[in-house]
Design a binder for this molecule. Sequence first.
Ligand code: PMV
Length: 337
Amino acid sequence: MKKSDIVRTLLKNRYRHAPLHSSATAYAPSNIALCKYWGKRDQELNLPVTSSLSISLANKGSFTELSLTQNPNDVVFVNGQQLDLNSSFGKRLQAYFDLFRVKSSLFFETNIKTNIPIGAGLASSACGFASMVMALNALFGWELKENELSILARLGSGSASRSLWHGFVEWRAGEQSDGLDSFGELIADTWPEFCVGLLIITEAEKEISSRVAMQRTVTTSPLYSAWPLKVKNDLSTLKRAIGSKDFRLLGETAESNALTMHATMLSAWPPVFYALPETITLMKKIWALREQGFMLFFTQDAGPNLKLLFLEKDAEAVQREFPHVDIIKPFKQTSKE
Ligand code: PMV
């Protein structure tokens, strides 16, 4: 099935209707998975092998301003710099816009402003595509439901399906081949004391994209067959931990889930190893602090940077131990800038 079939199905009689406005803006937070999405059952539609669960990063995310342009082509600015449309991200964006181009002479000028490093494993594509879908929805006046927006965001990047909300979000894998049952859903529980700390080791773009790394893991890792069961168990444990505000259970489960995901990559061939020496040093420091009774856990995505998980009462100590940490309070800082 093609992406354009899904767009046509979702938009029904609104498909190929002209935009209602000449410009629109939207914000979406970035998100960090506590139970990871790693592996696709459909590469075209970004359908995952398993469900996943994330926490949104409040005021860390992307603003997208979308307007119609008289230019005979799309123009994209990322943080004020014009994007080369022949670059791999440029091509990906244009292909995405093609899905919504009501006539071949309709072009978009897009201004994406993001306050997290791009392509460094901090879910910049997640908040980028989610904010773009919200801006498209406003520009065209589609009035789509959240689950439908989540499906459209997924067509841009899998993890974008979780970036439409603040708080904890579960992305249900779904079973259908058209993926119309594969979208994010907000988990109602809030946890005001919950904190995430970004430990940025490098802002450099990753050497291997999550798209390529994921596929290589699915096709070559002898450990991948254990992953769906691990996710099934971790997901139900995480939901229980969120429901009962059991922070230790949440932290242990999230950290173990991330390490298991990286173990599947390490056993892929050629191996995928996102850690840098500093990543390992930091992990050991976190484990040593935990030995001393500190309630501090980490998670790691497709990059060398770590994200710390802790409660607000420990924020000062975390700042002291990791002077460069950027602390986010997902339930307290949801203002947009
Ligand atoms: O959505 P993608 O293609 O950027 O993949 C995201 C993969 C991880 O960040 C490693 C895990 C996740 O669930 O976000």
